[in-house]
Design a protein around this ligand. Sequence first.
Ligand code: GAP
Length: 479
Amino acid sequence: MATDNNRFQAIISHCKEYGFIFQSSEIYDGLSAVYDYGQWGSELKKNIRDYWWKSMTQMHENIVGIDAAIFMHPTTWKASGHVDNFSDPMIDNKDSKKRYRVDHLIEAKIEELKAEGKNAEGETLNAEMDNLLAANDYEGLKKLIEDNKIKCSVSGTGNWTDIRQFNLMFSTQLGSVAEEASEIYLRPETAQGIFVNFLNVQKTGRMKIPFGIAQTGKAFRNEIVARQFIFRMREFEQMEMQFFIRPGTQKEWYEYWKEERMKWHLSLGIPKEKFRFHDHVKLAHYADAACDIEYEFPIGFKELEGIHSRTDFDLKNHQLYSKKKMQYFDPEINQNYIPYVLETSVGLDRTFMMVISEAYTEEDLSTPEKQDSRVVLKLPPKLAPIKLAVLPLLKKDGLPEIARQIMNSCKPHFRCFYEEKDAIGRRYRRMDAIGTPFCVTIDHQTKEDNTVTIRYRDSMQQERIPLAQIKELIEKHIG
Ligand code: GAP
């Protein structure tokens, strides 16, 4: 069985080989940290997004969704603090010219120490880094790098520049350059589209606090150290929800949403021990409490989702910069106030990476007679790109016609796939590799008694069921 790093590489290769994820503009040798979702990847991604959307909006009567534009008025990002604060401390190696995010550079050293069994040293370094980051002490951080003899992975030297801040927002020009062009940003988070629409939604939807606004969409960050496949990308998708509450109630809602979001992840059938909470030491410029839900990826425990108590930071600043009141009249206490906000923010691509890492299984099926193995994606049926494969055993004797009838009755209800080429065993394996939970095979007996063989992906068990029960059985599993 593969080690974790080999497993991670195997998952990346599998994603490419079976049409889940391709490198962007691959024919031009790709674009760093940008990826395209292929035919099955885009289905899986859409199913994850839809499942989140339904859980947030349909299942919470006090949450509605919006779809705001990626481009926003440039003052938005001044008010939100991103122009001044959305930056990471970076350091360059003078010999290789390679640039590192300071925390990533030190974290790599911590991993190295732990791998050498020097856990206590690793912990101490981690604590020192956290303290210096929290204090924005760049001289201290540089000294920490030098004292720990941290070297550049390319040049192998410790010849470092001073630490500087780099803003992560991409900017472009609105209008033609000849005209009076103005610089605008590609949004680095979807949240601000929700904040600027807070009153539009509250008034037109007659929403009463507490209520939430959800949104999914693209976000862009000029990550300096973009790495680890779709874990850290320059263009990615977020699924965010801002929950508007009465000031002073943020602690209870923080706990509520921590629990609620953990329940959502567990509902994907992932074991509890694969998750943990990690409290932020260095709070983002907008938060008074924040934590991550971390998942144990094949590359270790890493951030999957952020839960942030954003206070009234954003609405207050939008009120200040736009000079438009961002207040809510609370009829229960007869008061006007700027609501506080509890945010849940999960990366769609990271959720995809979690789901596929969890599902990817290499199975040894060898018998004393024969060596055999398979790769199967044990995806939750509700997320699988294809729910049902319809496979006539032969390309003749009227079997394809019956298979086509099954396709026609099922495809309006869920995604089906028809295939008549190759031996049935090979067709099953191809369906296993893309995570199709059910295959039905139509053979000569079908013509006599209207039954088909249904094959279950995970157990590989097969049984005969009446043709008329196929749709109902699958709907029961994907419901
Ligand atoms: N509105 C709050 C916010 O954007 P964040 O912790 O910066 O908070 C939220 O981002 C989530 O977005 C992260 O937990 C992660 O899942 C995802 N995310 C952030 N940067 C990413 C990147 N460069 N590539 C992929 N996903 C990213």
